[in-house]
Design a protein around this ligand. Structure first.
Ligand SMILES: [Zn+2]
Length: 310
């Protein structure tokens, strides 16, 4: 496995090798970048809107320090270009900076050439801000699915070692419902590993259980049950994500968006930080590059044993 550029002790303070470490991730975007508001807020107006990402990410960094958690920050190039010192601080405090694309365009709305440009533009902004090249990618709104067979090829060609861009579930805004639930190699010729966001099984149905609105809106017990199921029954790592605006009850309110979007966006913002603390304390967490490394080793071993991955 020499080809995988990772040292397993990086970013792993309190977690022993052998325990299941779950992937902790933050999608770094501001309140006005979210897909739910894209019909109400023009991209051209973004620069004039109240910037909340700096204060929110700093609050998250303090929360992670307090709970000794290390995480991956999937960052928009648009944000990286404007917040270089913030990104350097994220990296200095032991976290991974990865790419969330340039300006939150869903992958299935692009063709391969424009996706390639989006990736390259985001990479340049992150490199200029931090001096580090991202090796991980998360598609905006988990928008890699059966419509984008070229997306993994483009990621592999641009040197990414992992992606966490698939939601293997049926959902009203996204989802690739028959994708594998756990890490897989989408291309036989490349090292690239896709690590889908977590789902749990209930009555033979897949339930979205990897964070975002579900974590915020549903009782904490649901997430505990789901992650335990994945760790104990499936013996696999869970992948959890949230956004900086989700811990920010003081963000400006968008009035023109559909009621369903507003309900989903604004529910329980004030309870998010204590809920996150509980989640981080109850399970073992690490950066996504660690999860990718471990999953790549596992897939290699399965391949060697000629076993079909689950
Ligand atoms: Zn996003």
């Amino acid at each position: 496995m020499n080809a995988i550029p990772f040292s397993p002790d990086r970013g792993m303070a309190a977690v022993e090798l052998g325990t299941i470490v779950n992937g902790l991730s933050v999608d770094v975007e501001d309140w006005f970048h979210v897909g739910a508001f894209e019909d109400v807020i023009e991209r051209g107006d973004w620069s004039g809107l109240a910037d909340r990402v700096d204060r929110n990410v700093r609050e998250i960094l303090d929360l992670f320090d307090e709970t000794e958690a290390k995480a991956t920050f999937f960052t928009l190039g648009w944000v990286a270009q404007r917040h270089g010192s913030l990104l350097r601080e994220v990296a200095d405090r032991g976290h991974e900076i990865a790419s969330h694309g340039w300006d939150h365009r869903r992958v299935y709305t692009m063709d391969r050439a424009s996706f390639g440009e989006d990736l390259a533009k985001a990479r340049r902004a992150i490199e200029d801000a931090t001096g580090v090249s991202p090796t991980g990618y998360r598609a905006p709104s988990f928008s890699i699915d059966q419509r984008t067979p070229w997306a993994f090829m483009e990621l592999a060609e641009q040197g990414y070692t992992y992606s966490s861009s698939v939601a293997p579930v049926a959902h009203d805004h996204y989802g690739w419902s028959d994708a594998p639930r756990f890490a897989f190699r989408p291309l036989p010729w490349a090292q690239l590993v896709e690590i889908p966001v977590t789902t749990a099984m209930f009555a033979r149905r897949r339930l979205a259980a990897g964070g975002g609105g579900f974590f915020r809106v549903l009782p904490y017990g649901f997430s505990r049950w789901a992650i335990r199921q994945v760790n104990r029954r499936d013996e696999r790592p869970a992948v959890f994500y949230f956004h900086p605006w989700e811990i920010d009850p003081g963000q400006p309110r968008v009035s023109g968006a559909p009621l369903k979007s507003r309900l989903r966006h604004y529910t329980n913002l004030e309870h998010m930080a204590p809920k996150l603390r509980q989640l981080i304390r109850e399970f073992a967490w690490g950066r996504m590059d660690l999860i990718a490394y471990r999953e790549a080793v596992r897939l290699e071993a399965e391949l060697a044993a000629d076993k079909v991955p689950a």
